[in-house]
Design a binder for this molecule. Structure first.
Ligand SMILES: [Ca+2]
Ligand SMILES: [Ca+2]
Ligand SMILES: [Ca+2]
Ligand SMILES: [Ca+2]
Length: 222
């Protein structure tokens, strides 16, 4: 795998009026054999008369490791019904390392934003979850979650005005308003999350699509 230099963000100091600038370069592939870890580098500027100056003291992190799925969990809202997907229930996608939020939504910095969580009726197969944009038209590259059971819904449901926020290696989706009523799972199950290769870490390494089963004792989700 090619070594990738992590992209670095530069934020200008806040100016009067709280106008700030955020700039990032494209991913640079520095060297295919650089070992992972912190590396220092210098920048040399040369003018047309060949006068040059070199500035040291810069550093980057080389990341050669593809991100992977670590865990998938749900929570049930306080006083909610376990096994029933409801407003304020959550689904938590945990990666093995922080991923680049802008690989999930272009320009996203990880702060709370509106999305649509869909629970798809699997019919004779298990029900599944996928996450779409706020308009419920474009699927986000959070992959697909097999809910491990068939009785979370009998119809395709979209939870509009759901929210998505990133913290460390976790992306938490909090359910919004259901387009139709889901059903309550009659018993426990274990979810299986298959991530999307479109998600990347900050070094641009594509996520492994190896599926990950919910950790812990089988329980009712949502
Ligand atoms: Ca990595
Ligand atoms: Ca619930
Ligand atoms: Ca179903
Ligand atoms: Ca479960």
């Amino acid at each position: 795998m090619a070594s990738e230099l992590s992209r670095r963000r530069r934020r200008a100091p806040d100016r009067p009026g709280n106008v700030s600038n955020d700039y990032r370069s494209a991913v640079s592939t520095a060297n295919a054999v650089l070992p992972a870890g912190s590396k220092t580098f210098t920048i040399t500027a040369t003018d047309v008369a060949n006068n040059s100056t070199t500035q040291s003291g810069f550093s980057v992190t080389v990341d050669n490791t593809a991100p992977t799925a670590s865990d998938i969990q749900t929570t049930n809202v306080s006083a909610g019904t376990s096994g029933l997907a409801e407003t304020w229930d959550t689904m938590v996608f945990t990666f093995a390392e922080p991923i680049d939020p802008s690989s999930i939504v272009s320009g996203w910095n990880g702060t709370s934003r509106t999305v649509t969580l869909r629970i798809n009726n699997g019919g004779s197969s298990n029900d599944t979850v996928s996450v779409y944009d706020s308009a419920d038209t474009t699927q986000l590259p959070l992959g697909s979650v097999n809910l491990g059971r068939k009785d979370y819904t009998g119809a395709n449901i979209g939870f509009t005005n759901s929210t998505m926020v990133m913290s460390g290696s976790m992306i938490t989706v909090t359910l919004g308003t259901a387009s139709s009523a889901p059903t309550t799972a009659a018993n426990t199950g274990s979810m299986i999350w298959t991530p999307s290769v479109t998600a990347t870490d900050r070094g641009g390494n594509a996520c492994s699509t190896t599926a990950r089963t919910e950790t812990g004792t089988a329980d009712k989700d949502f």
